[in-house]
Design a protein around this ligand. Structure first.
Ligand SMILES: [Zn+2]
Length: 163
């Protein structure tokens, strides 16, 4: 119950943890959403007509040294609007699980801070210690609305430019 509250605090929609699997240094939590109110992202028309389900794997912050992977069962729905160009759309959870992202927002926030403070290779070493799966190039490519991180391979220094 505490884990559920920690994972889904401030998250819109109702999520349930169905099961969990512990691997060597990883915990996989199988999650599904019980919310069936969905609006098409193109036309904002509400739909409850289910097309199918698919599974999204989203990495979250580690707990007690274990990396956390959420497998989220996501519904696909038919758009009821005949004038809409989109026929099928997926459930969206923008507060916690942004579309097309493989990390939760809170994990990306931490990775961005690590990237800004340490840069690519040192940040990767810290992430390895914390059991956060990433690469140095992913850290350098972290999207930032405030800063651009430039790494100089010659001097091995990082520079932050304000946008
Ligand atoms: Zn639509």
């Amino acid at each position: 119950m505490l884990l559920h509250e920690l994972l889904f605090e401030n998250v819109t929609g109702n999520f349930e943890i169905n099961s969990s699997i512990k691997e060597s240094r990883k915990i996989i939590l199988n999650v599904h959403c019980t919310q069936f109110k969905n609006t098409c992202p193109d036309c904002n028309v509400h739909s409850t007509r289910l097309h199918s389900y698919y599974v999204r794997r989203v990495k979250d912050l580690p707990i007690l040294g274990y990396s956390i992977v959420l497998t989220l069962r996501v519904g696909k729905f038919y758009c009821k609007n005949s004038k809409c160009s989109r026929k099928v759309f997926s459930q969206r959870f923008p507060v916690h699980f942004p579309p097309y992202k493989r990390n939760t927002i809170r994990l990306d926030d931490k990775l961005l801070k690590i990237a800004l403070l340490m840069g690519g290779n040192p940040g990767k070493k810290l992430c390895d210690t914390l059991n956060i799966e990433t690469s140095s190039s992913s850290l350098i490519r972290m999207p930032s609305t405030k800063y651009i991180l430039l790494s100089c391979s010659k001097t091995r220094k990082n520079y932050f430019l304000k946008r």
